[in-house]
Design a protein around this ligand. Structure first.
Ligand code: HEM
Length: 230
């Protein structure tokens, strides 16, 4: 692992580690959002999709372990880069620098923290079922598979909970907006000619994720997705 230690030792190395782990997390959220859209296709499609993921240990545990490694590495590199930037910043620089920052870039620290809290809650809610233990009972079982669709309908039927998810997706959207822009810069896509394109691409990804993720709670609350009770 000497190559990793060498990479980690430099600021640019930490930026690369942050960009690569960010890309992994981005790939996951994009895939997760796309899979969630199957709610719109009804219970059979969504439950079959959930069963396919759970029934494929290589895919399930490969994804879980990758996320389990990428998330803390992404956070630690972010903390270290913030510290390094603060140490390197001369007195009075902050005011000048902040004029070029966007609302999305200003929310990275607290928005990222909120997202971490959201993720813990989300896992306790829909994966471990601690928030709603009924999801692990026979009431949420079909003959041969978990009724994940009924679980989604029940969860997002609660307006407060849906509100928390939608609020969290605002932070996800802001995080992706600045993160994708910054990631593309670190990976070398930085040129005055293409900067506007890079900004628009980051905005488009963020908007796509926001609309796709929020369509589930909004669709459930507005009774737009097919209704089925367990
Ligand atoms: C409104 C937005 C979201 C909805 C509707 C949603 C829905 C779900 C559902 C239904 C499950 C459980 C699937 C099952 O057990 O069959 C799940 C699991 C999960 N979600 Fe989300 N999710 C949302 C946002 C997010 C975001 C933003 C992240 C990441 C930051 C995320 C990360 C995860 C993870 C890591 C799992 C666990 C997968 C596993 O079992 O290993 N979700 N989500």
């Amino acid at each position: 692992m000497t190559w990793f230690s060498t990479l980690w030792a430099s600021t640019i190395g930490k930026k690369i580690v942050m960009a690569v782990t960010g890309l992994i997390l981005f790939g996951f959220v994009l895939g997760h959002m796309t899979g969630n859209l199957l709610v719109w296709a009804g219970p059979e499609a969504f439950n079959d999709y959930a069963a396919m993921l759970k029934g494929n240990p290589f895919l399930l545990w490969g994804t879980r372990l990758t996320l389990l490694a990428a998330t803390p590495i992404h956070i630690v590199s972010a903390i270290q880069l913030v510290k390094l930037n603060a140490a390197a910043r001369p007195q009075g620089y902050k005011k000048l620098g902040s004029s070029s920052s966007t609302f999305a870039s200003k929310t990275m620290k607290y928005g990222g923290l909120w997202l971490l809290g959201f993720l813990v809650f989300h896992l306790l809610h829909y994966t471990v079922h601690i928030v709603e233990p009924a999801y692990s009972t026979a009431a949420y079982m079909l003959a041969d598979q978990h009724n994940a669709y009924a679980m989604v309908l029940d969860g997002f039927g609660n307006q407060v909970l849906s509100g928390v998810y939608i609020f969290s997706m605002v932070f996800l959207c802001l995080h992706i907006d600045h993160g994708a822009w910054s990631l593309l810069q670190t990976l070398g896509f930085s040129h005055p000619k293409y900067n506007a394109m890079r900004r628009n691409a980051a905005r488009a990804f963020a908007a796509l994720l926001f609309i796709g993720f929020c369509s589930v709670p909004v669709g459930v609350l507005a009774n737009l997705v097919p209704a089925v009770t367990p």
